[in-house]
Design a protein around this ligand. Structure first.
Ligand code: TEU
Length: 556
């Protein structure tokens, strides 16, 4: 129906500015580089651009450690460049969503610098605690809780000046803000309004479900070694709904234009997501959940990679489609700057790169929800396939390698295999624009190596080939814009137990779309009766069976 929010028919494109396009030859992408590539985004047909952080930052976690929320880091350009980008996107009918990183700041943010002084009024803007009772500051195990951080090691760092520890769920240069303090919340809301007043159209909210902690700060259950998973004390904590409702009232209420808010929520469940995205609760429009991107993690965590079982993926996505069918809304993603590239992860990035990339895109984009396209996904860009430790840049990977080498778990070969399969740098190699040196990304030395396949996998080659991944994504995005069944139809999973075929229907107003995806390199029978072919990733008409990595959308 017409009264459905605009983002039910929209597709969002994520730009990772550091790796998108470099305009000044310093080897790092920047805002003027993005300005020079808007034709690509317009031709793709996306509606919204989500920018990963471009704020002032020491770049400890590539900008997810912010030292000034209202300044553009000189490496990306100026506030004027950003305002020019906002205007240019609006001129083309596109919107701009900023990345909001307010669970933590950089330790170089003036708020934290001041907070280090135990007598400052900002002391309580962060989580400061004395050593564990009866233990000396700095002694092993003296941290206030036994939680491990997402980036290895304890989640508490001792500050000699006060002899107290501060909490950092991520790196020690990313101290957690204390959201219990209303002064912190007011400062965040004021900054958000400042950005909306500048014409920004919404926010992607970084780990926003971690901002409410159990103020008792209890220990977690130790499973291996000294540190524990403390997530029960901070994932969707006690006041999370209260804080998001307060934020909505303080920042978004009363603003005429329809804005977009998407909360990144590691560990969120479908039940919780129903509440977060229930429009009546006015918290967020949609969330990024993490179930499907955990299905290939073994008992050792993300770097202990196991093959995907398609039935697990269908069960997970099916659960999310069912749970949010009548209340709330799904986001739909394979790739982002934290995930390996999907064509290498769940597809075949060799012989069947084009077929598997377009099959994966078809299955995702035909679900009910708002699809997110990560830069390069529309080109079928693949994992980096790095072979040496010195090619990696990401703090998560570098810390993982350092700890693994210290404790001596696994050979270098195993370690390299794990980070090559699932390291975040896979998504962070430069965007491949053309076959010229450095794939047209920079005239300088890129901050991270360009993928060696850029001479064949690049936007110029994709644009020239009518059967390319790029043109297929254009067709998929156009289908969502044009066909209300794609945006608003219901969802029914078919063949739930089939090991290799993903099949489902979408229905609205008497129209049925049947979507099929072959997640294998072999021919697969489905036995399904099918209507007219709306879209397919093989050039010639389809027979009854699905060819290797074939995707089809039929209408009846
Ligand atoms: O990611 C949060 C998050 O959960 C990821 O760290 C994820 O768990 C991990 O990367 C999977 O391997 C957000 C940002 O997207 C990420 O880039 C930041 O590093 C992190 O928060 C801290 O801001």
């Amino acid at each position: 129906p017409e009264d459905a929010p605009w983002w039910t028919r929209a597709v969002v494109y994520q730009v990772y500015p550091r790796s998108f396009a470099d305009s000044d030859g310093d080897g790092i992408g920047d805002l003027r580089g993005i300005l020079g590539r808007l034709d690509h985004l317009a031709e793709l047909g996306v509606d919204v651009v989500w920018l990963s952080p471009i704020y002032a930052s020491p770049q400890d976690d590539n900008g997810y450690d912010i030292s000034d929320y209202q300044a553009v880091d000189p490496m990306f350009g100026t506030l004027e460049d950003l305002e020019e980008l906002i205007a240019a996107l609006h001129d083309r009918g596109m919107k701009l969503v900023m990345d909001l990183v307010v669970n933590h700041t950089s330790d170089e943010h003036p708020w934290f610098v001041e907070s280090r002084d135990p007598d400052s009024p900002k002391r309580d803007w962060y989580w400061w605690r004395p050593p564990r009772a009866g233990m000396a500051a700095g002694a092993p195990g003296a941290e206030p809780t036994n939680w491990r951080s997402f980036f290895e090691g304890p989640a508490w760092e001792l500050d000699e000046r006060s002899g107290e520890y501060y909490l950092h769920l991520f790196s020690r240069k990313q101290p957690d803000l204390n959201w219990e303090n209303p002064a912190v919340r007011d400062a965040v809301y004021s900054m958000m309004r400042w950005w909306l007043d500048r014409g920004v159209d919404g926010f992607r909210m970084d780990v926003i479900n971690l901002i409410s902690k159990d103020i008792a700060l209890p220990d977690g259950v130790v499973t291996d070694g000294l540190l524990a998973d403390g997530s029960a004390s901070y994932v969707c904590g006690p006041r999370i709904h209260e804080f998001l409702a307060e934020m909505h009232k303080a920042v978004f209420a009363g603003r005429p234009e329809r804005l977009l808010t998407v909360g990144e929520m590691p560990g969120v469940t479908v039940e919780q997501a129903r509440d977060f995205t229930d429009p009546a609760r006015e918290e967020v429009d949609m969330v990024f959940q993490f179930e499907h991107v955990g299905l290939d993690h073994g008992p050792g965590g993300k770097f202990d990679v196991r093959p995907l079982r398609l039935r697990d993926l269908k069960a997970s996505f099916g659960r999310w489609q069912t749970a949010l069918a009548d209340v709330g809304w799904n986001s739909l993603y394979w790739d982002n700057h934290d995930q390996p590239r999907i064509v290498s992860r769940f597809g075949d990035d060799g012989r069947y790169r084009r077929e598997s990339a377009t099959m994966l895109a078809t299955v995702l984009h035909l679900h009910r929800g708002t699809p997110y396209v990560y830069q390069g996904e529309e080109l079928g860009m693949t994992n980096a396939h790095f072979t040496r430790f010195d090619q990696y840049r990401d703090i998560e990977t570098l810390n993982h390698v350092a700890v693994a080498k210290t404790v001596g778990t696994g050979s270098d070969e195993d370690l390299l295999a794990g980070i090559a399969a699932t390291g975040r740098d896979n998504a962070r190699t430069p965007m491949q624009w053309d076959g010229s040196p450095n794939a047209g990304f920079t005239t300088g030395t890129p901050w991270i190596s360009v993928n060696e396949n850029y001479p064949t996998v690049n936007a110029e080659a994709e644009r020239a080939d009518p059967g390319s991944v790029f043109h297929y994504y254009r067709a998929l995005i156009a289908l969502r814009h044009d066909d209300p069944v794609v945006a608003l139809g219901d969802f029914t999973m078919l063949l739930p137990d089939h090991e290799h075929v993903y099949a489902f229907t979408r229905r609205l107003g008497g129209v049925t779309l049947t979507v099929l995806g072959n997640f294998s390199g072999e021919v697969q029978e489905t036995g399904l009766e099918l209507g007219e072919l709306v879209l397919g990733n093989y050039p010639d008409p389809a027979g009854s069976a699905l060819r290797p990595w074939e995707a089809r959308v039929h209408r009846s």
